[in-house]
Design a protein around this ligand. Structure first.
Ligand code: ADP
Ligand code: ZN
Length: 525
């Protein structure tokens, strides 16, 4: 006790080596560990796979007492604790899966100071009984994992997380470290407020995942596009395919199986046993494709997932980043592949408009969706758009996304956009893309006749382009907010459309959607 204290950094490196066998901290880990081990608070924003766990595990070992880890991932606690015990860390968890005797045992160990780390589900932590226990136990720090769950603006709000303000209120002298892989400005502000971290240092790692190739394509025949993609680039690889509904999960999985792809469905409608089985198989088998709703994947740590495919739009950029981030965690190449079409855009916009959520929430969600659609329609490097959304600037185009690898040609589409917008307006702003396309192409359908739309000046003005072109153009106009999707898929021109219609503004779009019909091209020559 008379010798000089060993500096924190050195002790941290010794623990890292002795317990985990690692030689060095990665990136900002060392700074975070020092800050927290010395009793400071911290906000840690680090992408999935970046190494967040060590940021609270090492300080918990360096400080006297037990590190309390709040985590919503009950299903993973046992695995995390087992892994720690294997390296000799005294770890335990408290959640609803324990028997009363099991709870008592852990509580006794906690009070006796026989634990280094204790994982607690938030609802368990908030029980008066647990909080009283923590008053009496030696506590080293609080780590709040998946901290974005405190925010209603996040994609993963948990009401119990909103109650975690008890931590700064009741234990103001204990260090708190909040960790998340996903947080826009608003979510970040909520984390700081709820957890009382306003003045705390923030440690933000780059969100770039250079080994992931980002690609977005127009949806034509989603199942066969997916099969082509898997067969030509990822045969025999492990992958995740995300769909919006349970029904499409089931259908897609069945269809892939019939085509000889080793595929498995996963959604919240399955029993817990079936879900666990699917997770276990995915983790332990090679080359399994899981077709899933977003219910699948939180906390899944399989390093060699080679692709993540989206057959439906994610809800936000955060969701997209987190879901695609499950590819290539071993650092080897992975593909983030997505197809989307007009119907998807119309659907999600309509679902949002019809949702019963408070107006303010709806506005935020609409803004998040718009950011995602802008990403989908990007004609500049996708990685730059993606990272830009998270407040990070990538100075050069990445060279590893579809836009960089195969630059789309952009061309003036003002005239076509005017045609499409006036078709919507002249038919009363209430018809869907199929009917508007019929009007533009001058198709004499029963509906066109019945509505008298064959008499409109817009009837047939779009014959210079084919059906696919008009659908693609309408999709871009909806994505970019010139057309709004209402009930029954009806499209109406928005205020944003006016300057375009008046010719005060021009619109440039990806040429892919403006392919001229051969006949017309011949005529123009
Ligand atoms: P996150 O929670 O941020 O998704 P983890 O904490 O699970 O990430 O870490 C991801 C992987 O990286 C784990 O396998 C972990 O052991 C490894 N890892 C983290 N930090 C280091 C390090 N300094 N040296 C070597 N491996 C590390
Ligand atoms: Zn790029």
């Amino acid at each position: 006790p008379s010798s000089a204290p060993v500096p924190t950094d050195q002790r941290a490196r010794e623990v890292l080596k002795a317990v985990w066998g690692y030689d060095a901290f990665r990136g900002v880990q060392a700074d975070i560990v020092r800050t927290v081990a010395e009793g400071g608070n911290a906000l840690v924003l680090m992408p999935t796979g970046g190494g967040k766990s060590l940021c609270y595990q090492v300080p918990s070992l360096l400080r006297p007492g037990v590190g309390i880890v709040v985590s919503p991932l009950i299903a993973l606690m046992k695995d995390q604790v087992d892994a720690l015990r294997q390296v000799g860390v005294r770890a335990a968890f408290l959640n609803s899966t324990l028997s009363p005797e099991g709870v008592r045992e852990v509580e006794d160990a906690l009070l006796a100071g026989d634990l280094d780390l204790l994982y607690v589900a938030p609802e368990r932590l908030l029980l008066p009984r647990t909080l009283d226990l923590l008053d009496r136990a030696p506590v080293a720090l609080f780590a709040i994992d998946e901290a974005h769950c405190v925010s209603q603006w996040g994609h993963d709000f948990r009401p119990e997380y909103g109650q975690l303000h008890v931590l700064p209120e009741r234990f103001p002298h204990l260090p708190r470290v909040a960790l998340t892989a996903t947080a826009d400005d608003r979510t970040r502000a909520d984390i700081l407020r709820v957890l009382g971290l306003q003045g705390a240092p923030r440690f933000i790692s780059s969100f770039d995942r250079p080994n992931i190739q980002y690609r977005v394509a127009q949806k034509e025949g989603p199942k066969s596009q997916l099969l082509d993609f898997i067969r030509s680039e990822h045969a025999g690889d492990a992958g995740i395919v995300y769909c919006l509904s349970r029904k499409s999960v089931e259908e897609t999985a069945k269809w892939l199986q019939a085509q000889g792809v080793d595929a498995l469905p996963y959604h919240a409608g399955l029993s817990p046993r079936e879900r666990n089985l699917a997770q276990d198989r995915f983790l332990n088998e090679e080359g399994l494709v899981v077709v899933a709703t977003v219910a699948f994947g939180m906390g899944i740590d399989k390093p060699n997932v080679r692709f993540v495919a989206h057959l439906d739009l994610p809800k936000s950029m955060e969701g997209y980043y987190q879901e695609t981030g499950r590819a290539g965690r071993d650092g080897l190449p992975g593909t983030a592949w997505m197809v989307y079409g007009l119907a998807d855009v119309v659907n999600v916009k309509r679902m949002l408009a019809q949702s019963l959520a408070p107006e303010e929430v709806k506005r935020v969600e609409a803004a998040k969706l718009d950011a995602l659609l802008t990403y989908c329609e990007a004609s500049t490097c996708r990685r730059q758009v993606l990272l830009g959304y998270f407040g990070e600037r990538l100075p050069e185009p990445c060279g590893n996304c579809d836009v960089c690898l195969n630059p789309p040609r952009v061309r003036d589409a003002t005239r076509e956009a005017q045609m499409a917008l006036s078709a919507a307006i002249r038919t009363g702003n209430r018809f869907g893309a199929a009917h508007l396309t019929d009007v533009l192409l001058g198709r004499d359908t029963e509906k066109v006749r019945a509505m008298g739309h064959h008499l409109l000046p817009t009837f047939g003005v779009g014959q210079g382009h084919d059906e696919k072109t008009w659908r693609g153009l309408l999709r871009q106009l909806v994505s970019l907010g010139y057309l709004a999707a209402g009930d029954h898929h009806g499209l109406s021109a928005t205020g944003k459309a006016r300057p375009l219609l008046k010719g005060e503004e021009t619109l440039k779009l990806r040429e892919e959607t403006l392919v001229l019909k051969p006949s017309r091209r011949d005529r123009e020559r």
